[in-house]
Design a protein around this ligand. Structure first.
Ligand code: MLT
Ligand code: ZN
Length: 469
């Protein structure tokens, strides 16, 4: 029996091979990364996941685990001939105990948050893509989002998990003792491993008491320097949940996309600060800026103000296929990094005679800059070449590394940033990462080409990642 026949014989699993049906699983949603052709397996139980992984291992076929396919670094874009293992069908949610709930990998973050909210709780992970992004994907990529400063990234939210190993065996740490100091942290190793070590089927997610009533402040600072100078004041206020930023130009883009005029000037740098029921924060903040540069929204209209930040990615996507970078620097270097990034982009664009429009926004509390580069009106109709995109990326990432920053603050490495891993982490750490990969996945069949550059000298099949680009 061929592999698709073997997969079709697995109980609680459907299989897609038709090109149209598979299309949504082999490309990322920005449209920049496309892989395949691939078979898509859609198991509905952990047992079926194990059977799929076992069948692929027996056939020597690579497996690419995939959640909501909302990643931004091509981490779930399959090399040609791989099996995409979609976990969306594992969507059961268990009972809360010891402050955590076991959720199937395919539960969306929105569904988990509704489950939590119905019990006066929150999952503490807020992503703009939460309607599609899944618990398993968030665990596998150590997702961040808007509330990292209050609740931590996914790693801090995860108390346990169950995963299928590359030979089909099951590692079950769904309910480890709450206090358990035995041996290596296998759960911690899988969080953020981007599907390269094991396939996460269930996640034990910590829930916290939900904020009582959310107040959002938008502050339109005339410059990034003034926005950064206000951070210590804002961080000192009680109940701070999120501290985000957007270039005024990015806010203006969202306003035009939504046909909803911005309530404040868009000349400088906006800061969005959300509080847990703390209207008194507005009084403190009043000293930072004149009244006509501050907007406040309570629980009933908070999304109307937040949308000028939360819908930026959507507004960018509506304008074209961006080159997306996700960098981070120490807060003290934030304004300099923003300036250096804009200058580097302009230099590369000018040298190629292609106008580029940087759309800059992100997570101010962590010094995280999302750098989205869109072709300007004078760019060629079909955007830009991969070679040009790589020059832009290199120019930006060199600046960030020179400032002591990171080439990926929250989106991960995937296939898009793997060439930069060693530049940031150094050869010794990358060599150790390879040994970790070999220990978990000696045959190299799990998401090959993600995170680590393929080792052509040891593999017979060449560079599987190259097919995905
Ligand atoms: C965000 O912060 O809005 C997300 O990371 C999405 C993005 O960077 O496009
Ligand atoms: Zn982000």
């Amino acid at each position: 029996m061929d592999l698709s026949g073997a997969l079709r014989a697995i109980a609680d699993c459907s299989v897609l091979t038709d090109a149209d049906a598979v299309a949504g699983y082999v490309a990322d949603w920005t449209g920049r990364w496309r892989g395949g052709p691939a078979i898509v397996a859609r198991p509905r139980t952990a047992e079926a996941v194990s059977a799929v992984v076992w069948a692929c291992a027996a056939a020597g076929v690579p497996v690419v685990p995939q959640g909501g396919n909302t990643g931004l670094v091509a981490g779930a874009v399959p090399p040609a001939g791989a099996v995409v293992l979609s976990l969306r069908g594992l969507d059961a949610i268990g009972e809360v105990s010891d402050g955590a709930v076991v959720a199937g990998a395919g539960v969306t973050l929105a569904a988990l948050e509704s489950f939590a909210a119905a019990r006066g709780l929150t999952c503490g992970l807020s992503l703009a893509s939460g309607e599609s992004a899944t618990v398993g994907g968030a665990a596998a990529t150590n997702a961040g989002g808007a509330e990292v400063l209050r609740y931590g990234s996914a790693r801090a939210r995860i108390a346990g998990l169950r995963a299928v190993l590359p030979d089909g065996a099951v590692l079950d740490r769904r309910r480890p003792p709450v206090k358990d100091n035995t041996g290596y942290d296998l759960v911690g190793q899988l969080v953020g491993s981007e599907g390269t070590l094991a396939v996460i089927t269930d996640v034990t997610w910590r829930l916290d008491p939900a904020p009582r009533a959310r107040t959002v402040l938008a502050l339109a600072f005339p410059s990034p320097e003034e926005a950064v100078a206000a951070v210590p004041v804002l961080r000192g206020l009680p109940g701070l949940l999120a501290l985000e930023w957007s270039d005024g130009a990015a806010v203006a883009r969202v306003a035009a996309h939504l046909d909803a005029p911005a309530p404040l000037p868009t000349d400088g740098c906006w800061v969005f600060a959300e509080f847990d029921g703390a209207p008194e924060a507005a009084g403190v903040v009043a000293g930072l800026l004149p009244d006509d540069r501050i907007a406040v929204a309570g629980p009933e209209d908070r999304t109307r103000l937040w949308r000028y930040r939360s819908r930026t990615t959507e507004a960018v996507g509506a304008a074209g296929v961006p080159v997306k970078l996700d960098v981070g620097v120490p807060l003290a270097a934030f304004a300099a990094a923003r300036e250096a990034v804009v200058r580097a982009v302009r230099e590369v664009a000018d040298s190629a005679g292609i106008a580029m429009e940087p759309v800059l926004f992100g997570h101010l509390a962590e010094g995280n800059l999302h750098v989205n580069l869109l072709p300007g009106p004078s760019a060629p109709e079909r955007g830009f070449s991969e070679e040009f995109a790589e020059r832009l990326e290199a120019a930006v990432l060199e600046q960030v590394l020179a400032l002591g920053g990171t080439v990926s603050a929250e989106h991960g490495v995937g296939r898009a940033k793997r060439a930069w891993l060693e530049r940031q982490r150094g050869p010794e750490q990358v060599a150790l990462m390879r040994r970790v990969k070999d220990a978990w996945d000696p045959a190299g069949l799990l998401n090959p080409g993600a995170v680590l550059e393929p080792e052509v000298r040891r593999r017979t099949s060449g560079d599987p990642g190259a097919d995905a680009r």
